[in-house]
Design a protein around this ligand. Structure first.
Ligand SMILES: Nc1ncnc2c1ncn2[C@@H]1O[C@H](COP(=O)(O)OP(=O)(O)O)[C@@H](O)[C@H]1O
Ligand SMILES: [Mg+2]
Length: 254
């Protein structure tokens, strides 16, 4: 049997008069790739901003590994093992790929600052383990050729993968990907689907993916949630959701 990793209960948030997310409930099982689809403005990114605690909930709660995480600070969410990427990449443009991955460390470290200064053996071991993790992720996502290159000089598709890499360096249990295929060409999108499989099956990471490419969604996801105007329309297998009358109506009306 599968085990529940994340649960959203009656999430609601409004901005001014706009009800961005309304009474939204869903749950994600351990080991799943769970996709969220919906027209522009449906509330998809807002769901990620709620989970990563960049936004406060008006109502509802979020449960991760059995704990209520609704009131945690963003860095505590990261420490719990929830990492994300952004719809428009947020990387340090003037730094190398390697440095961008190493910067993720400050979110993950469990040692105190003073210990870092003293560079105690435990700290050194953690640092070495982290560097090993970074190198493994570079290998996993085929980023070796770009390792020492400056982010600002890289093609968009590579930057997107660097963002995924940075999130993976944090050794997340739950990875939130916001439109990972946007701006990628068909070949890069194909590569992405294989990497998603590796991330999910080899690293054992559960994924929630906001995605508009229905081919990728159908190929990669175990289940799909369709949103429109902040409301859940349907949840189910990709084939069910693609042919669901309410979902089709939401897209046609877009
Ligand atoms: N910080 C914010 N301030 C005001 N309105 C917001 C904010 N974040 C999201 N919204 C609004 O909430 C709705 C959902 O946005 P969003 O979650 O970004 O949609 P999606 O990612 O599905 O395209 C939109 O109407 C958007 O303008
Ligand atoms: Mg969005």
């Amino acid at each position: 049997m599968t085990e529940r990793l994340f649960q959203a209960e009656n999430l609601s948030v409004s901005f001014g008069g706009i009800r961005a997310v309304q009474d939204l409930s869903f749950s994600v099982e351990q080991g799943e790739i769970f996709s969220i689809i919906g027209p522009n403005g449906a509330g998809k990114t807002t769901v990620f901003n709620l989970i990563s605690r960049l936004y406060d909930l008006d109502r509802g709660r979020m449960i991760f590994e059995g704990d209520d995480i609704s009131g945690l600070a963003p860095h505590q969410i990261a420490e719990r093992g929830i990492a994300r990427t952004f719809q428009n990449t947020e990387l340090f443009e003037r730094e190398t790929v390697l440095n961008n991955l190493l910067i993720g460390r400050h979110i993950h470290r469990s040692t105190r600052l003073l210990d870092e200064f003293l560079f105690l053996p435990g700290v050194r071991r953690q640092e070495l383990e982290f560097r090993k993790r970074v190198e493994d992720v570079i290998d996993l996502l085929d980023l070796q050729p770009y390792r020492e290159q400056i982010i600002g000089n890289l093609p968009y598709g590579v930057r997107k993968m660097v963002e995924v890499a940075r999130a993976l360096c944090m050794e997340p249990k739950l990875l939130l990907l916001d439109e990972p295929s946007s701006g990628l060409n068909p070949e890069e999108t194909e590569d992405l689907s294989y990497w998603l499989e590796d991330i999910n099956e080899d690293l054992g990471i559960t994924v929630i993916m906001v995605e508009h490419d229905m081919n990728l969604v159908a190929r990669a996801s175990h289940r799909v949630l369709a949103l429109a105007d902040g409301l859940a329309l349907a949840v189910g297998a990709p084939s069910e959701i693609q042919n669901h009358p309410d979902v089709l109506r939401a897209y046609l009306g877009d």
